[in-house]
Write a new protein. Structure first.
Length: 153
């Protein structure tokens, strides 16, 4: 997906077994972010950054939704372990990740693999992507600050 595209309506099932739809968020802005693996250091840093700044992001009109291919049970454990108070979609078949363009070839430790590309989409009140943070742009420990800097610029 690109800036100007509408995100899919059906996003998936979250860590609590709830179906998450973008239409449920109409009138609110979204931070929809994809991450490679729950409970790993980079993904934990990113999620905790977003959680720590959740109130500031909400004040700017944003809700947060994370997505990875981890199973519901692992997403629930991740949310509980890190105190995350936002939906984490369990996209085990990578349908949403592929639709978003967050699934593809990447290089890790010099090795080419196919997997989740850490990406963040800022979505407006109508479900349209306004900004994409690419894997090379995202600094996991300060990702919420990156988003806030963009929003406030």
């Amino acid at each position: 997906m690109n800036v100007g595209d509408r995100i899919p309506d059906v996003l998936g099932i979250d860590q609590n077994g709830n179906e998450i739809k973008s239409s449920d968020y109409r009138g609110r802005k979204l931070i929809l972010y994809s991450y490679p693996k729950a409970n790993t250091s980079g993904c934990s840093a990113e999620a905790c950054s977003l959680q720590s700044h959740k109130a500031e992001l909400a004040a700017a009109g944003y809700d947060i939704i994370g997505v990875s291919k981890d199973r519901v049970e692992l997403q629930k454990k991740f949310a509980n372990d890190k105190g995350l108070e936002f939906p984490l979609i369990a996209d085990t078949d990578t349908t949403l990740l592929q639709q978003l363009g967050s699934w593809g070839e990447k290089v890790t430790c010099g090795r080419r693999t196919i997997g989740i590309l850490r990406t963040t989409y800022l979505v407006n009140e109508d479900g349209i992507i306004e900004k994409i943070f690419t894997p090379k742009e995202i600094k996991t420990k300060i990702h919420a600050e990156q988003i806030l800097d963009y929003i406030n610029s």
